[in-house]
Design a protein around this ligand. Structure first.
Ligand code: PGA
Length: 255
């Protein structure tokens, strides 16, 4: 973790927590993180929880993110939500290209190439997820996959705005499996992503936050977050419990 980059610990609730459950969670979380300076905290919550969570988190250390959005500002896209709709609720950012959306809902790199700049244009901070499957890793295709995803998904983002995107490297085989990447695997892949960004802009690569995601828990967080290129974590399962999310946040190195 470079001193120039403030770590970001983001909890991805996925399709968990009704509004009442979300409220109970945030009331348990806020006192546990109120004194944590030098780390940015985000909760990526279901659409139906956004308004209540933005209200409850106002003035606290926690920012509220959505988990997806459509690239168009409005239109005939039944069931979709646009960036201006999120921005009007004071949502701070949005997760884009999570592997569950790519694998289960057919989210394409082409769609992401439009979504990332659309989020930035609306004033939302994107967390772009990338990562390889187990088969791709075994075939030695990890770098090819990352090069492809980073190249396509960030193609329409101007160099001057690249550092406003956080990238989450999430090896798909580590998501929800309890099988965390080794520190060497995480550092190597994340340094590779940073080198890809440096190929476009050295300045952006120095400033961009690149997170690790996949079975991050209080027990393994310190080791992962101490890695030189790892600037935070995208936490799924362990973010559903206020105490374990707060413990992960507390494990982030702070300057
Ligand atoms: P996990 O999920 O922490 O439950 O493995 C991570 C993610 O999907 O972002």
């Amino acid at each position: 973790m470079s001193a120039a980059r403030v770590p970001l610990i983001a909890g991805n609730w996925k399709m968990h927590k009704t509004e009442a459950q979300a409220e109970e969670h945030i009331q348990a979380l806020l006192p546990r993180v109120s004194s944590l300076a030098g780390v940015d905290l985000a909760l990526c919550v279901p659409f139906t929880d956004l308004r209540a969570m933005v209200d409850s988190a106002r003035g606290s250390r926690v920012e509220i993110y959505a988990q997806n959005m459509h690239a168009e500002p409005e239109g005939a896209f039944t069931g979709e939500i646009s960036a201006p709709m999120l921005a009007e609720l004071d949502v701070a950012g949005v997760v884009l290209g999570h592997s569950e959306r790519r694998e289960l809902f057919g989210e394409s790199d082409r769609a992401l190439a439009a979504k990332v700049p659309a989020a930035l244009a609306a004033g939302l901070a994107p967390i772009l997820c990338v990562g390889e499957t187990e088969a791709e890793r075994e075939a030695g295709d990890t770098e090819r996959k990352l090069r492809h995803q980073i190249g396509e998904d960030l193609a329409a983002v101007a160099d001057e705005r690249l550092a406003e995107v956080a990238v989450a490297y999430e090896p798909i085989w580590a998501i929800g499996t309890g099988q965390v990447a080794t520190p060497e695997q995480a550092q190597e892949a994340i340094a590779f992503v940073r080198a890809l960004v440096a190929g476009r802009s050295e300045a952006a690569a120095g400033r961009m936050r690149i997170l690790y995601g996949g079975s991050v828990k209080p027990e393994n967080a310190s080791e992962l977050l101490a890695l030189p290129d790892v600037d935070g974590a995208l936490v799924g399962g362990a973010s559903l419990d206020a105490e374990s999310f707060a413990a992960i946040a507390a494990a982030a190195p702070r300057s």
